[in-house]
Design a protein around this ligand. Structure first.
Ligand code: SAM
Length: 282
């Protein structure tokens, strides 16, 4: 008898692990957020197992039922619609109930948007805080951002496309213009990273209709976290390349190439952004 917490892909089906497939094939019952959604995943991998729904609306009642099955000696897997169960998805309640009854919990690690979005952000990964979803009501959202304002660790947030403009505007007002990275459609065909300052991300979505699944990563409140990343300040990228041993001319050439710019345009951009960068430094 064991409760398996099985991570499933967040887009690309190849991200499921061999262990996850073996567990799903071997358990007696699979509890999932949306049985139709999970059925498609199981069909894709040729797995035929009984499924039962386990979502935020029936979590409490279902927890008791599933614990009973576990106590009868059955093995149960929990999967969410995407990614790792328990990460902004149901699982916590049943994990707690199972621990209290002495049931073995077996985590099956795998995809989670928080990790994929963080590691590709270009922001410090040594210490991060997973914020999950901010409250949807403006007052509560602002209050939560205020609480996070002094946090030094990199912040990782989940956000829905219809709320990203408000979130970026509020984060910009509360935190100031920090570096950030927005990961869109991770592991999917149209995966995209929008990196820059919060105001640059805001400008991007003022001009582009937000679509798809989004993970927002924001630099923490640490002076060295303000170091610009690739699509941030080109002048700083050039400085870093020079520190790495390139002469100024080659550094500008390389920075221009990494952004798909001509050397002339890169130079112009450096002149335009330099005053802002110096302001940020003091
Ligand atoms: N359990 C999931 C995990 O492990 O990442 C998260 C589930 S939560 C209900 C869904 C949110 O995760 C989305 O609104 C989005 O913010 C983020 N997310 C999920 N898949 C994503 C993807 N492919 N690209 C970017 N963000 C994603």
């Amino acid at each position: 008898m064991a409760l398996y917490l099985v991570s499933t892909p967040i887009g690309n089906l190849e991200d499921i692990t061999l262990r996850a497939l073996n567990v799903l094939k071997s358990v007696d019952l699979i509890a999932c957020e949306d049985t139709r959604h999970t059925r498609r995943l199981l069909d894709h991998f040729g797995i035929q197992k009984p499924t039962v729904s386990y979502h935020e609306h029936n979590e409490q009642a279902r927890t008791e039922e599933l614990v009973q099955r576990l106590l009868e000696g059955k093995s149960v897997a929990i999967v969410s619609d995407a990614g790792t169960p328990g990460i902004s998805d149901p699982a916590y309640r049943i994990v707690l109930a199972a621990i209290e009854r002495g049931i073995t919990i077996v985590p099956i690690p795998g995809a989670a948007a928080v990790i994929a979005g963080l590691i590709a952000s270009g922001l410090p990964t040594d210490s991060f805080l997973f914020v999950g979803f901010l409250p949807s009501k403006k007052m509560a959202r602002r209050a939560r951002l205020e609480e996070l304002k002094l946090e030094r660790a990199t912040l990782v947030l989940y956000e829905a496309p219809h709320r990203i403009r408000e979130t970026l505007a509020d984060a910009l007002e509360v935190f100031g213009d920090r570096q950030a990275s927005l990961a869109r459609e991770l592991t999917k065909l149209h995966e995209q990273f929008i990196r820059g300052t919060l105001s640059q991300l805001k400008e991007h979505f003022d001009a582009t209709q937000p679509r798809g699944e989004m993970t927002l990563v924001i630099a923490g409140n640490a002076k060295d976290n303000l170091a610009p990343i690739e699509t941030g300040f080109i002048s700083s990228q050039v400085e870093r390349l020079m520190l790495g041993g390139l002469n100024r001319n080659d550094a500008i050439k390389q920075a221009a190439k990494s952004r798909g710019l001509s050397k002339r345009d890169a130079y112009q951009l450096m002149l335009e952004e330099k005053p802002t960068y110096e302001d940020d430094e003091c």
